[in-house]
Design a protein around this ligand. Structure first.
Ligand SMILES: Cc1cc2nc3c(=O)[nH]c(=O)nc-3n(C[C@H](O)[C@H](O)[C@H](O)COP(=O)(O)OP(=O)(O)OC[C@H]3O[C@@H](n4cnc5c(N)ncnc54)[C@H](O)[C@@H]3O)c2cc1C
Length: 483
């Protein structure tokens, strides 16, 4: 079964025995919980779209291992064309869900571990690449979703892993056995972990010899003994419990993050992809972050498309669509959004092959892409709020609108143009609220800031990759400067 249907995917997650906690309680069936279900629906979209002939070229690829048709989210990029298609696929998924569809983090981890494990084997004579290939083939053949887990809780940010007062604040190997290793620690902010079959763990920062035990990469099923998850709260999350649709804004789709705890989890030898070779921790981080910074040039653009569309609809419903400043604001939003897309495509088109054979994006351009992502969605959101008007945060609830006594009052006083119902006007405003301030703002705003690394992380990479020496030489040469 190289491609699962959406329904098969839902069933496969339902059949897992994950340990999930939320609001101080153990959630017995996360797949059907009203707060969590929309996030599962978003991942499901990556399966549903892959079944549709019109999206086959974007959503599927030919496995370079088996030659079978697989979901592109499990693909190892074989060309710059693959890298560009990845970005286009992500834009499509963002457009269809207006939420974080969660599956890209695993795809980015696959591609980063693929090349890094190969290079580590070359340097150390280890067997990690073979281990990884077996795992990858298993994921491709069974069409599994994998969570890419990089970020440790990190404790005191000024200290290295081995310097932390509590050694568990970075995930580490606590026991080495003939048949495998035992790991302890946690990964924070894990996108889509409760909607994943497997978790692929990587180190979070560059490491030195004293951090050897923290330089570890591996994969295990998400319901492995010792793993448990604590769901992160989102603004307006409990609206999903109210059994209404309008107030949620985007009733079907959402994203989810969790703290994932590894409480002495056993990892068998054939699932280990790095184990103490600390000099490869930094390489792995740089590559995963690079791929993930490219990703945002697709997914956030797709969500941006929906937000721009929603702002344009709100303008029509308010009767201001012909005002020149409104038209200009919509143009500015499109310009910003397409600039992000340009960055995603550019770093893909300028990619190149690694020694392992898979394709890596142009790291400088991927970092520029993400640096813009830390800014432009905020400006797009600001302009959407400007166009929407204050009602996006002061509107009464759906229950008020449907109430036999006060409903007609709400209907009367919140009417915009005469030929549009108040209900439709409020629905589009709630969608804007959801994207800019509600549950989806996690994915569209704060994830744009911190996901794949905070802004300063990109500036460090830009300073490293920007080749200032060459630029100075160009200037001196043209100015006939001889030193
Ligand atoms: C919605 C969302 C989804 C995410 N999904 C995933 C995921 O699926 N998988 C995953 O692995 N990670 C994920 N992340 C984590 C993301 O990569 C981190 O949030 C990011 O790397 C920043 O780390 P932090 O949140 O701990 O912030 P911090 O590292 O605490 O950063 C806060 C500020 O402190 C600064 N700072 C931090 N350390 C230093 C230092 N040593 N010196 C100087 N300044 C410093 C930063 O530049 C920043 O300005 C997600 C994050 C979000 C918000």
């Amino acid at each position: 079964m190289a491609l699962m249907t959406g329904e098969q995917y839902m069933e496969s997650i339902r059949n897992m025995n994950m340990q999930v906690y939320m609001f101080g309680e153990k959630i017995e069936n996360p797949a059907d919980h009203p707060i969590l279900r929309p996030s599962l629906n978003s991942v499901r979209m990556t399966y549903d779209l892959a079944q549709m002939p019109e999206y086959e070229d974007l959503m599927t690829a030919k496995s370079h291992i088996t030659g079978e048709k697989i979901n592109r989210f499990a693909h190892i990029h074989q060309s710059t064309d693959d890298l560009c298609k990845k970005v286009k696929m992500q834009r499509l998924c963002g457009q269809k869900t207006a939420a974080c569809f969660q599956r890209c983090v695993g795809m980015d981890a696959f591609n980063a571990v693929y090349s890094t494990s190969y290079e580590c084997d070359q340097a150390h004579g280890t067997n990690y690449h073979d281990n990884f290939l077996k795992f990858l083939e298993y994921c491709q053949t069974n069409d599994l979703t994998t969570d890419g887990a990089m970020t440790d809780p990190k404790g005191d940010r000024s200290k290295a892993p081995h310097e932390q007062e509590d050694p568990d604040l970075f995930l580490r190997v606590v026991e080495r056995r003939p048949d495998g290793i035992v790991v302890r620690g946690a990964k924070a902010h894990q996108t889509g972990i409760i909607n994943s079959h497997e978790v692929l763990v990587m180190p979070t920062i560059s490491m030195g010899e004293k951090d050897k035990d923290y330089a570890v990469a591996f994969s295990v099923p998400v319901d492995t003994k010792g793993i448990y998850m604590i769901i992160g709260r989102q603004s307006c999350d409990t609206r999903k419990l109210e059994n209404t649709t309008m107030d949620v804004g985007n009733p079907e789709f959402g994203g989810v993050e969790a703290l994932v705890v590894f409480d002495d989890v056993f990892v068998p030898n054939d699932r280990i992809f790095l184990n103490g070779e600390y000099e490869f921790a930094g390489v792995l981080v740089e590559r995963f972050a690079g791929y993930h910074r490219q990703s945002y040039g697709g997914c956030k653009v797709g969500v941006g498309d929906v937000l721009i569309g929603a702002a344009a609809v709100a303008a029509e419903y308010n009767g201001v669509q012909k005002a020149s400043h409104v038209k200009d604001k919509l143009i500015e939003m499109i310009h910003l959004n397409e600039t992000l897309y340009c960055c995603g495509i550019a770093c893909s088109a300028e990619g190149s092959a690694t020694p392992s054979g898979n394709y890596l994006i142009n790291l400088l351009l991927a970092n520029v892409c993400k640096q813009n992502i830390t800014r432009f969605p905020y400006e797009i959101a600001r302009l959407a709020e400007d166009i929407a008007g204050g009602l996006m945060v002061t509107a009464p609830s759906e229950k008020d609108l449907k109430d036999p006594v006060i409903g007609p009052v709400v209907e009367k006083y919140f009417k915009g143009v005469a030929n549009v119902s108040t209900e439709n006007r409020l629905k589009i405003l709630r969608l804007i609220e959801n994207l800019t301030l509600g549950t989806a703002a996690v994915g569209y705003r704060t994830e744009s800031m911190h996901g794949a690394g905070s802004p300063q992380a990109q500036r460090i990479m830009i300073s490293r990759q920007g080749n200032l020496a060459e630029k100075k030489a160009l200037a001196k040469s043209l100015a006939h400067i001889e030193e």
